[in-house]
Design a binder for this molecule. Structure first.
Ligand code: NDP
Length: 240
């Protein structure tokens, strides 16, 4: 991680978490709202949720139809930063449903955001994303990354976490649960090898929001798992 940064004044920013009801979305919302990080925080999703935690009252829940996102342009006006945490699984949504959420809805979000002047777009993708893969999951993730990168935001950050841990997921994903149990020893021996704590990912996304990397003029930045950990440490040391 490049040590030369220019800090952005966070309070001046208006942000939106798209997919705020998911595990990544909730981790981000908690960090942002409980620390009053931004001037305005929109929570964009397909359904309204009654959260118990008090900090959620500081966010503005906004319900949209991701199939007709162009009809919600008003929502995206004056939003400086988008955190796109959308995603589903093939098991839950089928092949077409997975493509729809993980590619179409992500691209629809980037399209309407770019059209309305969003400056930074952060996409939670996945380790192994590869548009040329013959496997559905990495292929769709890779295609979504490519699509988002084409929108020409001032900065596009693509995160490639590994298995997310530290979630309080309500639905049971048997495969993920087994893998999580198997990876436990590695979380201590080689923390970046197989897993990504959900809070670590959220903090990395916030580091990149606040700091502009001076040496890298790249508009599009790919953040692999080890870089997620490094960026999170910067948040702990210098930002919070
Ligand atoms: P979650 O499944 O917890 O949350 C996904 C979000 O997408 C929720 O807000 C959900 O809304 C929304 N969503 C799902 N289907 C639809 C739909 N049909 N229409 C509108 N919104 C929808 O995901 P995570 O937080 O675990 O993951 C975030 C991203 O990280 C995903 O892209 C995932 O592929 C990726 N990733 C996940 C890993 C993991 O271990 N889980 C590992 C690596 C990458 P609702 O609550 O209404 O369903």
């Amino acid at each position: 991680m490049n040590p030369n940064f220019v800090k952005i004044e966070p309070k001046s920013l208006s942000v939106a978490i798209v997919g705020f009801t998911g595990e990544c979305g909730k981790a981000l919302a908690k960090e942002i709202l409980s620390n009053d990080l931004f001037s305005r925080t929109l929570l964009i999703g397909r359904r309204k949720v009654d959260f118990d935690q008090e900090f959620y009252k500081k966010g503005e829940q906004t319900i949209v139809d991701f199939d007709k996102l162009e009809e919600y342009e008003e929502v995206f006006k004056n939003v400086d930063v988008i955190y796109c945490c959308l995603g589903t699984t093939r098991a839950k949504a089928g092949v077409d449903g997975f493509r729809k959420v993980d590619f179409d809805y992500v691209n629809n979000t980037a399209t309407v955001a770019a059209k309305n002047g969003c400056k930074q777009f952060h996409l939670v993708s996945s380790s192994g994303a590869n548009k040329n893969s013959s496997l559905l999951y990495p292929q769709v993730k890779g295609l979504a990354e490519e699509a988002v990168n084409k929108h020409g935001f001032d900065k596009t950050f693509i995160y490639r976490p590994k298995l997310l841990i530290g979630t309080d997921r309500e639905e049971s994903r048997v495969g993920e649960s087994i893998f999580r149990a198997l990876t436990k020893p590695f979380q201590y021996i080689a923390p970046t090898l197989l897993t990504t704590p959900i809070d670590t990912l959220a903090k990395a996304m916030l580091t990149n929001t606040f700091l502009n990397n001076k040496l890298s003029d790249d508009k599009n930045q790919l953040i692999e798992n080890s870089m997620i950990f490094e960026a999170s440490e910067i948040y702990e040391k210098f930002i919070k």
